[in-house]
Design a protein. Structure first.
Lengths: 349, 324
């Protein structure tokens, strides 16, 4: 592919340890969420990214100030890298008043707009963010900014019409978009073989006319390198890149799913390829000490305990607080029938 | 003042807004080089360049999605659909993203989605639909349905400046058939405000779009028989002007609702329920709807004529109501 030194060689020791910090924070946060789920404190489902954390952390780390990204359900790590707080994520999962959506939407369905770098909120329908982020970076380009957008799609999500329409339009526009196809083998219970007759997702890059790379999604530096190259090309005006990250979903679709449909042999094969384990081995061989790693793990634990405590202390939103902001500055009627209003009025209530 | 067709009024509104505000741009199929299938954007490419007049692939989800994304980052996109029937191909982007975005996370989506709607031109099932009912049950959207060139211009400017997503339904039957003096300056017609286009005492017709003109024709016909008809042009379907609907219902006590969308689940049901809930004691007769039968819009002229409401059918309903 390239004989140049990988871009990750330029990462400082501090940056490499920061990558480790975010991997640990991603996993630690999800483990805390699993505990909350078992305690019945999570409202709705919980979707783990166990085994896929490098795909989120390594790629988001390749963005720069002002860049745009939208995570999918298994990209919690990207939110953390781009400044999202564990407190906000805990609150989202527990439907709390202090959640960024004030209890209106769940899990990673939140977002922000900021000159530092925006996160337009994802929705449940897969593929939709590809045309939306294409429009976002077209707008940035019209305004003379060289902003890059990054989003992800699963192996299953590539089957949607929105994936096709979005990527096709992005390529026609040479939009500065980086799309990571996170191929974890399973879309809920559906294996890749039932999703597509060509499971080589990187081939799609050629079909649409953009750059394509396939990487080991469990190798955080490989993910970083591929994304960094794609981001640089996009910023130079060379158009989109589709990166296929090969990985494995090590939990069910959500916590309720025991994934009995996944052959045990497949899980066993991937277990030693855990992205955090692989990166620890790399760092230890690179001169980082076990004590350094312990220190980071300890810091992550402390931080999560504090953030969780404040999230648990947040109240639930009052029932009537969901009537505002359907439109700019609006407050909707509460739905009380007219005749009931009249009876209440007559009764002086 | 200059005499403009309904189509020219829409064109002038967009052209003036694009000149005034660099955030406004248009994207759609064949809107650039060709000037749009109905030539609404004729001359735009030459005037504003390819970055602001974007020819897209045949890709309604792609182009509506891109409009949403651009609007989140400060732009004011206008997405043209070649025929409004194709709005179904971008349905998910509209109802799940654009409509809910502000409510969920604060991301306002100031886009206009516009296109030729309505029947009467023998376009058949896929080039004649009135899709307003699909969207009326979606909080977060606004739906605009101008009936005159003056309102078309004022509502288009208002839609472009609106902070929320607006579906702008242009009646293709009116595009070149209606002409009137339209103010040249920039003005807005407020979204959400209906207008009494003919004052009357005996029967109220509540309608919008091309049916405003059929209703006025019917009102004129029955006036010779001594029946005084008030015609309310809704102009906006979402949010609905409840105050003016209730005012006319209370004034005459006899309400006829006319629309081109098919009857079951159409806007008339909502209007009738609103009146029943808030003005039941003011009514002197049952609320009546004149709307097409629950079939797709048929193609052959006699079939389509049978399908659509017209002045004769409306006048018949007025007489029945007046005599109740």
């Amino acid at each position: 592919m390239t004989l140049e030194k990988p871009l990750s060689d330029r990462l400082t020791r501090g940056q490499r340890l920061e990558l480790y910090y975010f991997l640990k924070l991603n996993r630690g946060l999800e483990e805390k969420l699993s505990n909350l789920y078992r305690q019945g404190k999570v409202v709705g489902g919980l979707y783990r990214s166990l085994g896929q954390e490098a795909c989120s952390v390594g790629s988001a780390y390749a963005l720069e100030r002002g860049d745009i990204f939208t995570p999918l359900i298994r990209n919690l790590g990207a939110i953390l890298v781009r400044g999202g707080s564990p407190h906000d994520i805990f609150c989202q999962y527990m439907a709390k008043a202090e959640s960024p959506t004030r209890g209106r939407d769940l899990n990673v369905h939140f977002g922000w707009l900021s000159p530092e770098g925006s996160m337009p909120s994802v929705i449940s329908m897969l593929g939709d963010m590809i045309p939306i982020l294409t429009g976002a970076v077209m707008a940035e380009r019209m305004n003379g900014r060289r902003t890059v957008a990054l989003t992800w799609i699963g192996d299953g999500g590539t089957s949607t019409g929105a994936f096709h329409e979005g990527l096709n339009f992005a390529c026609v526009q040479k939009a500065p978009l980086v799309l990571i196809v996170e191929n974890n083998g399973w879309a809920y219970s559906t294996p890749t073989s039932r999703q597509t007759a060509n499971p080589q997702f990187v081939d799609r890059a050629k079909a649409y006319g953009c750059f394509g790379e396939q990487v080991d999604g469990n190798d955080i530096l490989a993910v970083y390198d591929a994304t960094r190259r794609a981001v640089q090309r996009a910023r130079q005006g060379l158009g989109p890149t589709l990166i296929e990250a090969l990985t494995m979903r090590m939990k069910g679709h959500a916590e309720h799913d025991d994934m009995k449909y996944v052959p045990q042999e497949q899980v066993d094969r991937w277990a030693p390829r855990d992205p955090i384990l692989l990166y620890e081995n790399f760092l230890l061989a690179d001169g980082v000490t076990a004590a350094d790693l312990q220190e980071i793990a300890g810091r992550v634990d402390e931080e999560l305990i504090t953030e969780l405590a404040s999230a648990e202390a947040s109240p639930m939103p009052p029932g009537g607080s969901g009537l505002t902001d359907v439109y700019f500055g609006s407050t909707a009627e509460d739905g009380t029938p007219e005749i009931v209003r009249q009876v209440r009025k007559a009764a002086g209530r | 003042m200059a005499v403009l067709t309904y189509l020219e009024a829409i064109r002038q509104a967009m052209e003036q807004e694009m000149t005034r505000d660099p955030r406004v741009f248009i994207l759609g199929e064949d809107v650039g080089t060709y000037g749009g299938a109905f030539r609404v954007t004729q001359g735009f490419l030459e005037k504003f360049g390819p970055e602001r007049v974007v020819d897209t692939p045949i890709s309604e989800t792609g182009l509506i999605g891109a409009a949403i994304g651009a609007s989140l980052f400060g732009m004011r996109p206008i997405a043209e659909l070649q025929f409004i029937d194709f709005i179904a191909c971008g349905f998910n982007q509209i109802v799940n993203y654009a409509a809910k975005s502000r409510y969920r996370w604060g991301g306002g989506v100031p886009i206009v989605i516009r296109g030729p709607s309505g029947a009467g031109v023998h376009g058949g099932p896929f080039h004649s639909q009135s899709p307003e009912s699909y969207f009326m049950n979606v909080p977060g959207l606004k739906i605009v349905v101008p009936a005159t060139p003056t309102d078309a211009k004022g509502l288009m400017i208002a839609a472009i400046r609106d902070p929320d997503p607006v579906i702008f339904l242009e009646h293709k039957f009116l595009y070149r058939r209606l002409k009137e003096d339209v103010p040249e300056d920039d003005y807005t017609t407020p979204i959400g405000e209906a207008r009494v286009v003919r004052a009357g005492e005996d029967v109220s017709i509540i309608t919008y779009g091309a049916m405003v003109h059929s209703s006025l024709e019917a009102a004129e016909a029955v006036s010779k028989e001594g029946v005084s008809v008030e015609v309310l042009d809704l102009r906006t379907l979402l949010p609905m002007d409840r105050a003016r609907i209730l005012a006319t219902a209370k004034k005459t006590g006899r309400v006829l609702i006319v629309h081109e969308a098919t009857k079951t689940g159409g806007p008339g049901g909502e209007i009738a329920a609103l009146i029943a809930e808030h003005a039941f004691l003011d009514l002197d007769a049952p609320i009546v709807r004149v709307a097409p039968p629950d079939t797709p819009v048929p193609y052959s002229p006699p079939l389509e004529e049978f399908f659509l409401p017209n002045a004769t059918k409306i006048a018949e309903a007025i007489r029945a109501l007046a005599g109740f």
